[in-house]
Design a protein around this ligand. Structure first.
Ligand code: MBD
Ligand code: FE
Length: 285
């Protein structure tokens, strides 16, 4: 599938609408059939929680109408993927991976694009000649829970640039900037060169930003690398890795930080920038 790179702006509505389009194209809703009993159970319980909140806090018509207007604008801005991934996905991730013995993962978020260019390890992610940010050598091994190295495992990585922008969701960036799939070697070892991303603020000029401002919250996520690590016969691991010392590790707006996911890069002995080693352990299917 090729992406039409239309002109667009760095607005919440533009990145939101692209995330919405991406989700529609993702195939995640194909053949999706939630049984009637389950829909009824979940819808009733969610509504019951809403009724409880309304009664407990005596919600007024003004507040009800503010909510209605806001929900309408979430859709108009294409921000349902952003809203759900920031405020809901982390609990779905928690319950769906609770039995794993391998690596902790975390949420995918709204800016994944499948089909990134593939490179044999060691690799350098596609980036601009003058890409900002501290160079980072990220390396490690992909193994099974029993320690078997997973030859040829795929380490798919995507992240924001030094200004906090994701390619294909912000204007003016090369299509696959800072996105790539690195193939581990026969020993499951991978190494890739990229840059350390900057802390990331979710778009503030759309509906999600409006909620954040109206509630007096902040819009920050700690700087992060997104990853999908996979090998045939093993469960796909979707993860993010963060950086020690980041000021938003303890108050991520998306509640997606786990202590096991924090990197501590050190200055490279040879070459410029930092390096860090992190191994991935996958559960069998
Ligand atoms: C991101 O980059 C992200 O990772 C999440 C979860 C939500 C919004 C933007
Ligand atoms: Fe992200």
């Amino acid at each position: 599938m090729t992406t039409e790179l239309k002109d667009f702006d760095a607005t919440a509505a533009d990145s939101g609408n692209r995330a919405t389009e991406r989700f529609r194209d993702s195939g995640k809703t194909v053949a999706l059939q939630v049984p009637k009993e389950r829909v009824s159970l979940l819808a009733n319980e969610v509504l019951a929680a809403v009724y409880d909140t309304i009664r407990k806090h005596k919600v007024s018509y003004d507040e009800f109408n503010a909510l209605k207007a806001w929900l309408i604008s979430v859709g108009e801005n294409g921000e349902w993927p952003l809203f759900l991934d920031v405020w809901v996905e982390h609990v779905v991730e928690e319950v769906s991976t609770e039995h794993r013995e391998g690596n902790k993962g975390t949420i995918e978020g709204p800016y994944y694009v499948p089909g990134s260019p593939q490179f044999d390890s060691p690799a350098t992610l596609p980036m601009r000649k003058d890409e900002g940010g501290t160079p980072l050598l990220f390396q490690g091994q992909v193994r099974a829970v029993d320690g078997t190295p997973l030859a040829g495992a795929h380490v798919e990585i995507w992240h924001a640039d030094d200004d906090g922008f994701y390619s294909q969701f912000a204007p003016g960036l090369p299509e696959w900037n800072l996105r790539g799939t690195v193939l581990a070697d026969a020993n499951g070892i991978f190494a890739l060169n990229t840059i350390q991303p900057a802390p990331y603020q979710i778009p503030t000029d759309g509906a999600c930003g409006k909620l954040i401002a109206a509630a007096g919250w902040h819009a920050w996520r700690p700087a992060h690398l997104h990853l999908k690590v996979s090998a045939p016969g093993y469960q796909l691991l979707t993860a993010q890795l963060y950086f020690e010392g980041d000021q938003h590790l303890s108050d991520d707006i998306a509640s997606a930080v786990k202590p096991e996911l924090v990197l501590n890069p050190t200055a490279r002995l040879e070459g410029v920038g930092n390096e860090v080693t992190y191994d991935f352990v996958l559960d069998a299917e």
